[in-house]
Write a protein that binds this ligand. Structure first.
Ligand code: PLP
Length: 287
């Protein structure tokens, strides 16, 4: 009994694999479970698929960085939106050094986060139902950002749930409905009272486990297809940012722009673009 508890303490201190192998041989205790845990075999794409993904990513990233250099005072982050795509696709880009991935569905994200490396910076970018806030706050240790907070209530709920986990803080982007379409979620861009309240909560000492990072919008399809013209929806988000920055001395990031319109978004000040199909190809229908 004594020897065994000693062994386990030892194991915890020396988590180095090769040491565990030697220790395993020496003690005759099987260490395969521990080995599988530490050098876990992640799902891998075929060589062709990996090559294709890296080529797509590189092309988009080069274009993002080129536009950033011309138009942006701040660096621009490219989020690879991997919703409905297999974990092996994510690993192909991970192996290339990519860390920021975006997902839309809570259950899918929880599953992928469990399966994949813990230094991935996950962005939740899907519409957030109240009932799913718990899984999001508790289930994903390395959740880097929730980009789709659209009410003070959900914001407080997420903070409370996260607090108990002891995990890192989550970066928050407040989603603004800039196109005023009924089917889009987000804070109103016309009546800013609730978004102000949420900013005040996030900046207060009541908020323990969330960090206000920026504003996010999706924008209407119509605006995303008017090439080489000001996107009015992005313009609305820029105006809301200006008002909040002045009122609260913040320096908010902007998350706007997808496959269709990320270049225009960067021209208008986006610092966070979310690109899916241009990197991963067309998505299967969600069923
Ligand atoms: C799916 C999705 C994206 C990526 O869209 P693409 O057009 O495939 O680049 C970006 N943002 C949000 C919120 C999404 O739901």
């Amino acid at each position: 009994m004594v020897a065994q508890s000693g062994f386990f303490n030892f194991g915890r201190v020396y988590s180095n694999h090769s040491y565990m192998i030697r220790l395993g041989r020496y003690t005759g205790i099987r260490t395969t479970t521990r080995l599988r845990m530490s050098t876990s075999t992640y799902p891998q794409a075929s060589a062709e698929r990996a090559q294709e993904l890296v080529a797509n990513y590189t092309k988009i990233n080069n274009s993002v960085q080129e536009f950033a250099k011309l138009h942006s005072a701040k660096p621009v982050r490219l989020i690879a939106v991997s919703k409905l795509k297999p974990s092996s696709d994510i690993m192909a880009l991970y192996n290339h050094g990519v860390r920021h991935f975006g997902e839309n569905y809570v259950q899918e994200l929880v599953g992928k986060a469990e399966e994949l490396p813990k230094d991935i910076c996950w962005h939740f970018i899907g519409s957030l139902q109240s009932g799913k806030v718990k899984d999001l706050g508790k289930g994903i240790e390395n959740l880097w950002a929730v980009e789709t907070i659209d009410s003070l209530k959900k914001c407080k709920k997420l903070d409370t749930l996260r607090k108990d986990t002891g995990y890192e803080k989550i970066n928050i982007y407040l989603q603004v409905n800039t196109s005023n379409e009924d089917q889009k979620s987000g804070y109103s861009s016309q009546d800013l009272a609730e978004i102000f309240e949420t900013v005040e909560f996030l900046k207060s000492s009541d908020c323990k486990s969330l960090e206000l990072k920026g504003l996010m919008t999706i924008g209407s399809f119509a605006e995303s297809t008017t090439k080489d013209e000001i996107n009015e929806d992005f313009d609305v988000l820029v105006k809301v940012k200006k008002i909040i920055d002045e009122k609260y001395s913040t320096s908010l990031e902007l998350s706007m722009g997808m496959s269709n319109d990320y270049q225009q978004a960067i021209k208008q000040g986006s610092t966070n673009v979310r690109v899916g199909s241009n990197i991963f190809g067309a998505r299967p229908p969600k069923n």
